[in-house]
Write a protein that binds this ligand. Sequence first.
Ligand code: FES
Length: 106
Amino acid sequence: MTLVRFISADGDAEMEVRAAPGARLLDVAQEVGQPLEGTCEGQMACSTCHVIVDADDFAKLPRASEEEEDMLDLASHVTRHSRLACQILVSPDMNGMRVTLAPVLE
Ligand code: FES
């Protein structure tokens, strides 16, 4: 199992989760009640699954596809380390990874 740490958008709360390799990060977050929408269920049509990966952990992820980059261009609060959680599959390399949820738009 791979340890993933979900950080709330305001940085006040952290939840440690053990995830099975191969699981989609969006599904892992939703299964433990993290407020990550994923409206299009991974069809890359919404960007509501946007997360910010800690800088040290970002390089452990495979590169984002062009399609993912295009969707991130449409998201709010994007940083250099933003990704779509529906496109991240948990791997052992990610053990200990910290992921901050993007602020929910009002
Ligand atoms: S769930 Fe819609 S882009 Fe990830």
